[in-house]
Design a protein around this ligand. Structure first.
Ligand code: NAP
Length: 367
């Protein structure tokens, strides 16, 4: 399966909010070792210790302190790219790495909606990795490819919707987000804007949730993904919380279901990462909270080492069928941890390294 060696990885956007989480989560990773870092010309040529204003508790890991920061262009001294660049920069940079033959695992929105690019949540749509065959067959392909993880709120929402879609079908979703400040990167939102306040606008966020959810829950048809035929409406807010996106959700189901069936669908939900025992996979992707005042960002964002989504307030709804609240760590499950789990799935299913199969390996192993 190719899981018995360490892959050398480069991190693009290594000094940013997501980049710092990459560096922390990869410190003792059994399958990845960080060998290259890249960021803007503000940081290039400096050591990571000089360039990075470390913002995570616990201090900067020593392994990275003296590494020198490079421009985000190939070549880089690594086999795989984890990217956390702003979308406009990612467009050129990630494409250049993929064209140069690197597998690129990206957090940015630049390529998420490209038809041949998997928009991956390993528990939800691992079969969508079959799209990589299309990228690998393109004329001039060097064996590089792009895999993306969804927007941070989309991941929280879609992980919670997935078991409902499988068991009952979903006709419509109305989602209202309460998004943490760290979701805007560093330095992000001005303190005078967010203190004692709620901002009812996050640029492009509502469109991303509406489009990405339908692609992720869509059907892989062998040569394309057919969007799930559900209505998705999103309203997004930035709130004065450091980490952890909350999503209040209402759903209209395709077939009637009892409240207990819904709760059971959330609680028993599991996927390929759990059955393969992937390193970053939480034992339970969804954790049901029955207390009337949960989930809460401060209490629940670190569930499953930040990789579980907590679901609570499950109840019948007077307008659509059911309502619930989902919460997840936006920079772990919503960004760096999501990309690392994608990388682990790529290894386990043979898409990375010499073991890569050119046809259908994932579709065969996960369906
Ligand atoms: P951030 O804190 O602003 O970090 C941006 C990173 O990109 C920094 O390392 C920065 O380097 C680098 N960068 C900026 N301009 C550059 C340029 N012109 N050339 C090369 N590198 C450049 O942002 P973030 O929150 O980490 O987000 C990074 C990406 O992940 C974005 O696409 C974002 O949408 C996505 N994302 C973020 C979250 C989240 O919760 N924060 C969740 C999901 C997805 P310097 O330090 O040198 O400026």
């Amino acid at each position: 399966m190719g899981a018995d060696r360490k892959y050398q990885v480069g991190i693009l956007g290594a000094t940013g909010m997501v980049g710092q989480w990459f560096i922390r989560l990869l410190e003792n990773h059994p399958q990845f070792t960080v060998t290259a870092l890249a960021a803007s010309d503000r940081s290039q040529g400096k050591t990571y210790g000089q360039a990075c204003a470390w913002r995570l508790p616990g201090g900067m890991p020593s392994y990275v302190r003296s590494m020198v920061i490079h421009p985000p262009h190939p070549p880089l001294d690594c086999e795989i790219i984890f990217s956390s660049l702003p979308a406009d920069i990612a467009k050129k940079s990630e494409a250049a790495f993929a064209e140069a033959g690197y597998p690129v695992i990206s957090n940015s929105s630049a390529f998420r909606m490209e038809p041949a690019v998997p928009l991956l949540i390993p528990e939800v749509n691992p079969d969508h990795l079959g799209l990589l065959d299309i990228q690998l067959r393109e004329p001039g392909s060097n064996g590089g490819f792009l895999v993306t993880n969804p927007n941070c709120s989309t991941i929280v929402l879609t992980l919670a919707l997935a078991p409902l879609q499988v068991k009952f079908g979903i006709e419509a979703v109305a989602a209202t987000t309460l998004q943490a400040i760290s979701g805007a990167g560093y330095p992000g939102v001005a303190s005078l804007d967010i203190t004692d306040n709620v901002l009812p606008f996050i640029e492009h966020e509502e469109e991303k949730i509406q489009q990405e959810t339908r692609k992720i829950l869509g059907l892989y048809r062998g040569d394309r993904v057919e969007d799930a035929p559900m209505l998705v409406s999103a309203q997004c807010h930035r709130v004065n919380v450091s980490d952890g996106h909350t999503v209040a959700v209402r759903v209209k189901l395709a077939r009637p279901a009892e409240l207990g069936e819904l709760r059971n669908a959330f609680e028993t939900f599991t996927g390929v990462p759990q059955s393969l025992g992937l390193f970053s996979a939480p034992s339970r992707p969804l954790i049901v909270r029955d207390e009337p005042d949960r989930p809460q960002p401060r209490l629940d964002r670190d569930a499953g080492r930040g990789m579980s989504v907590s679901v609570g307030r499950i109840a019948r709804d007077a307008v659509l069928d059911y309502r619930f609240v989902a919460l997840g760590h936006n920079v772990v499950r919503g960004a760096a941890g999501a990309a690392i789990l994608n990388g682990e799935l790529l290894i386990a299913t043979g898409w990375l390294g010499k073991e890569r199969k050119m046809k259908g390996s994932l579709a065969d192993s996960s369906r």
